[in-house]
Design a protein around this ligand. Structure first.
Ligand SMILES: Cc1cc2nc3c(=O)[nH]c(=O)nc-3n(C[C@H](O)[C@H](O)[C@H](O)COP(=O)(O)OP(=O)(O)OC[C@H]3O[C@@H](n4cnc5c(N)ncnc54)[C@H](O)[C@@H]3O)c2cc1C
Length: 384
């Protein structure tokens, strides 16, 4: 992807990912009230070039979020010549947000901009980046077989799965309109922007209660909107919530509409509907946190790999190894707890190093002598 000129500001911009005619992925930014700028990803042309062929690789990385690109950087530097398949959302979840203030080394960076840089970094190190979507994965024998939507078949001695997760949304038009501009699904990511302001949290489970409690560190008032009069969270969390003077629960209500300004795009309040009477109440607020859960993007492996906690891929402790040797999982696909860009990137690094070690121990079909340690991923010898 061509980097943006230094002074190109995409603050208050939203990224769009479009697939044209099932063969090309295009990405575009729509500055608020401005024109729509669309450009092909690097991999557009590659996608066409590799159609209906078979590609053999030592390491296939599935996913182009922080976990996938970091795995690409490390695997390339370990001379594994990895192929990375980007999926429907090149750059992953961070392309759907604006300011990111907790990526080390950047006081503030735009999410899409950061992901453009990560892609360029992985590419510069030698990762082959392909705009394709894996539609089928056979992990029953080695090499593993991945089928691409383009018609390409990928054969891989080892795999890094980095397909991420998605926040669950309510599906309202107004929610979509203000996503990234006052509507968020991540308190850790965005809470800081609402210092001294009134916000609402939607939901009634552990996620909602945890997010509401966390947000009281910043907000002057948090209204927790729940469809019932009973929370589905752990008792200890409910106790904390009820004792917190900044949180006001609003029972038997659901979000009806988010409203705000168009230029600049920003939230001014919500309209909530009583679930029994249908009465509409107006709540002025600057932020709306939808906290109705997350779902890992596990479609490719939910029947073949061990999962837990609602579908997150299980990895061995302190490792990215899954229940199938040679298959490593990194990022939000496996992480139900932290769900951050930096933790995902960390796991992407671990996965690449562990894949390198796996390939060194198990060899590959290119006749390479794999008895020698290959670098940082190699087993540490006792007494060394
Ligand atoms: C609105 C929003 C704001 C956020 N803000 C912050 C923040 O400020 N700071 C922070 O640290 N975190 C933030 N996060 C969380 C952060 O984005 C995630 O933790 C992180 O992106 C997870 O990285 P990942 O690499 O695991 O996966 P993701 O970023 O989810 O990427 C998954 C990738 O997998 C690909 N994929 C999926 N299925 C397939 C398939 N079948 N074939 C090929 N590819 C596939 C997708 O195309 C995508 O590229 C935010 C999240 C959201 C939604």
């Amino acid at each position: 992807m061509r980097p943006f000129p230094r002074d190109f500001r995409i603050r208050a911009a939203r990224i769009f990912v479009r697939r044209n005619s099932g063969t090309r992925t295009r990405v575009g930014f729509k500055p608020v009230g401005g024109m729509y700028i669309s450009f092909a990803t690097n991999s557009d042309s590659q996608r066409g070039r590799h159609m209906a062929e078979t590609r053999k690789t030592k390491l296939l990385i599935i996913g182009s979020g922080p976990a996938g690109y970091t795995a690409g950087v490390y695997a390339s530097r370990a001379m594994l010549d990895p192929i990375l398949v980007q999926g429907i959302e090149p750059g992953g979840q961070l392309t759907t947000t604006t300011e990111v203030e907790n990526w080390p080394g950047d006081t503030e960076v735009q999410g899409p901009d950061l992901m453009v840089r990560m892609e360029a970094h992985a590419k510069a190190m030698g990762t082959e980046i392909i705009g394709d979507i894996i539609t089928d994965l056979d992990l029953s024998k080695s090499p593993f077989t991945a089928k691409g939507d383009s018609g390409t078949t990928y054969l891989a001695d080892a795999l890094v799965l980095a397909t991420g997760a998605r926040a669950k949304w309510l599906g309202l038009e107004s929610e979509e309109k203000f996503k990234g501009f006052g509507v968020s699904a991540c308190a850790t990511c965005d809470g800081f922007f609402y210092r001294g302001q009134e916000i609402v949290v939607i939901g009634g489970g552990n996620t909602a209660v945890e997010e509401a409690l966390f947000l009281t560190n910043f907000a002057s008032k948090v209204t927790l909107i729940h469809r019932r009069d009973e929370l589905r969270a752990e008792k200890i969390l409910i106790d904390r919530l009820m004792k917190n003077p900044k949180i006001e629960p609003l029972w038997f209500h659901q979000l009806d509409e988010v409203y705000g300004t168009d230029n600049p795009l920003g939230v001014e309040g919500v309209k909530v509907k009583h679930t029994k009477t249908g009465e509409i109440t107006d709540i002025p607020c600057k932020g709306v946190f939808v906290a109705i859960g997350h779902a890992p993007a596990n479609e490719l492996v939910k029947d073949t790999l061990e999962t837990h906690m609602g579908g997150y891929v299980v990895t061995k402790p302190d490792s990215t190894e899954t229940s199938i040797p040679g298959v490593f999982a990194a990022g939000d696909l496996t992480d139900h707890k932290y769900r951050q860009a930096v933790t995902s990137a960390g796991m992407g690094c671990m996965a690449a190093l562990e894949a390198e070690r796996f390939l060194a121990e198990h060899g590959d079909d290119e006749g390479k002598d794999t008895s020698l340690p290959l670098g940082y991923g190699a087993p540490v010898k006792e007494g060394a």
